[in-house]
Design a protein around this ligand. Structure first.
Ligand SMILES: *Cc1c(COP(=O)(O)O)cnc(C)c1O
Length: 440
């Protein structure tokens, strides 16, 4: 069997460079919050497959559901022959995420990006309008429309031309720099003014099908949308017949301490997109929406061969039921509290390097800022050091200068604290290393 080193050599030989390396880790088996790597090391997992295993690696009820479903029915294509697993999951999702009072419908997909693509197709058909509004720092996937909506240049450079009729606004995160300039109310009023200016100066509101936004940006570095901005946006959308699409792919299923990130905002979207933790790692996503809007898409314009295949749907339903039984949201809040406390402590230790501690629930991150330094390189070094010490970690942010935690929410307090200890040690070593380089 390969060890981690030979696995990476094999990868280099066979797999194109375009598939980025986010962490130097390998994996043979995994359970809960622990990954056993190809060198037999037990690694604490702070990446969770990029926020996919909120319910932990290989939860028993999910493994059983996959095995049982695989022995009964693997595939028919839902358009050809319908089956329980799809409809039982749809029923559960409608129950968890009602989109208003007049009925909610669900379509299943294979991924987050595919869910975003379909949400846009549905929004355009429902409104008969072409334009789509999105935000700086947003991430919505790597298929062509999703990539167009994605902000970070490093995720899309050279892949254009992109899809037309996509427009971008600054993301209204009221961070520490802005907080020095004005209060949040003033900030939100300015941002809303910008939006109204956009309708007069760029694209009239009656040409806009939808606005798509993450309530907490995932890849963008855990920037949290201002609550009053989203509430105002909801009203503006309703007034102009623009659909509000919330991308909950990373925020969903307990990560923020609620089933949906938007539940913190007292706002109901017209459409929402989901994936990542809804299937514990099986490829599944969905669009949930108001029934009348969902029904506006003409037969044949959405769907595919595999979406909602029996095994993925059964795994997802088992995941959600398991999450309910362990009260995933309270676990999310508990994990978030512990991480936040430690991050604030780290910020006190390194006030001139850690410029922001932010997030919602367990979606916590630290941002680094320093004049004249490649923070991207610094964060890479931290990730390397963590790996050597037994912690899997990934970065985020437009400049790769954010360290985020997406650990399984079922992580034990001991594992979580051990992981944070490793991170603290690695940060101290890297900062000392950086400062010594600067002194030279
Ligand atoms: C990961 C992610 C996507 C894309 O999901 P894939 O399953 O990787 O296609 C879309 N939106 C958000 C917010 C994400 O975090």
């Amino acid at each position: 069997m390969n060890n981690t080193k030979t696995l990476f050599e094999k990868r280099k030989r066979l797999v194109p460079n375009g598939l980025g390396v986010f962490s130097p880790a390998s994996a043979v088996t995994a359970k809960g919050a622990i990954v056993t790597d190809a060198d037999g090391r037990q690694m604490i997992d702070f990446a969770g497959g990029i926020g996919v295993v909120n319910a932990g690696h290989c939860p028993d009820p999910v493994v059983t559901a996959i095995q049982e479903q695989a022995s009964k029915l693997i595939h028919t294509c839902f358009n050809v022959a319908i089956y329980d697993a799809y409809l039982d999951l749809a029923e559960k999702l409608v129950d968890l995420f009602p989109h208003g009072k007049s009925g909610t419908k669900v379509m299943l997909n294979n991924s987050g990006a595919e869910s975003v693509e379909n949400a846009i197709k549905i929004a355009r058909q429902a409104t008969g309008r072409p334009a789509v509004l999105c935000y700086s720092g947003g991430f919505h996937g790597r298929t062509m429309m999703a990539m167009t909506l994605t902000s970070k240049v490093g995720y899309k450079s050279g892949c254009g031309p992109y899809v037309p009729e996509v427009y971008r606004l600054p993301y209204p995160y009221y961070g520490p720099e802005l907080a020095q300039l004005f209060d949040e109310d003033t900030f939100v009023k300015q941002q809303i003014k910008e939006l109204e200016h956009f309708f007069s100066a760029y694209v009239p509101a009656d040409q806009i099908a939808c606005v798509i936004v993450e309530v907490v940006q995932g890849e963008g570095g855990f920037n949290v949308l201002s609550k009053s901005y989203l509430q105002e946006l909801r009203e503006i959308c309703t007034r102009h017949g623009i659909l509000l699409v919330l991308d909950e792919v990373q925020t969903g299923f307990g990560r923020t301490g609620e089933w949906a990130g938007y539940q913190h905002y007292d706002v109901i979207p017209d459409l929402s997109t989901w994936a990542k933790s809804m299937g514990s790692g099986m490829p599944i996503g969905c669009v949930i929406g108001k029934a009348a809007i969902m029904d506006a898409a003409a037969p044949g314009t959405i769907g595919g061969t595999y979406p909602g295949n029996p095994i993925c749907a059964a795994a997802s339903l088992a995941t959600i039921n398991y999450m309910e039984s362990i009260d995933i949201n309270s676990l999310g809040r508990k994990v978030g509290d512990i991480i936040k406390k430690r991050f604030l402590h780290l910020q006190q230790l390194f006030p001139d390097i850690i410029s922001d501690v932010r997030g919602l629930g367990a979606m916590m991150a630290i941002e680094m800022k320093r004049e004249g330094n490649s923070l991207h390189t610094l964060v890479k070094e931290v990730i390397q050091r963590c790996n050597q010490k037994g912690l899997i970690l990934i970065s985020a942010g437009l400049h790769g200068n954010v360290i985020r935690v997406l650990c399984p929410l079922v992580i034990s307090e001991h594992e979580l604290v051990s992981g944070l200890d490793i991170l603290e040690e690695a940060l101290k070593e890297s900062f000392t290393h950086m400062t010594s380089l600067e002194a030279v």
